[in-house]
Design a protein. Sequence first.
Length: 215
Amino acid sequence: MRKGLIFITRSGYDPDKGKHVKDPSLGNTPTFGGCMPNVRKQAQIGDSIFFISGKIKHYSQYIIGAFDVAEKIHANEAYQRFPEHHLMKRTDGELTGNIIVDGIGEQHFLDNHNKFENRLENYIVGENPIMLSESTEIEKAREGTLEMLKTLLNKDGKIPRDIVGRMRHLNEEQVKKLKAWLKSLKTPETRAARAIRLEKEARKTPQYRIQPILF
């Protein structure tokens, strides 16, 4: 039976109003590999993962997006397959990428979390991403996320953490309802807009990255 997991990113991380969310990474091929090893371990092939922005002042948290689990691989394999997700610093100083190893399989010097060995397995490769990226979509999600979670999980709370904790399991029916809600917020995409978006994703904005240093 398909199921789902929903979790909250760290405080301050909000792709619209806060810090860059580097993990999970949504795009043509979603990936999830540096953070929340407990979530990644529990997720099975075919499951759906939803993630909520972190807490920041003056703005409501919202469900950023979702994807289905297609594969679970080791970080070393991810390093070879997804060079665009190598850890590196952006020109604004923020980190991007979610592969915690370097070219020889050691802990990347930009990865400052502990329990390195425990985070190597279960790098998730996803499919069927749903991401709220337009300002109108995000605004609607900020307005509706808390009420949606209350209704979906039949639990009251003032913030998402009161309802889902840091992470919560979802059943198949809840997954369907939450996906349908996210899709209902999406702005219809014109063919021209889709072409522009796909071109940007293909380029991976190389001018916005520096090359990772290998040790």
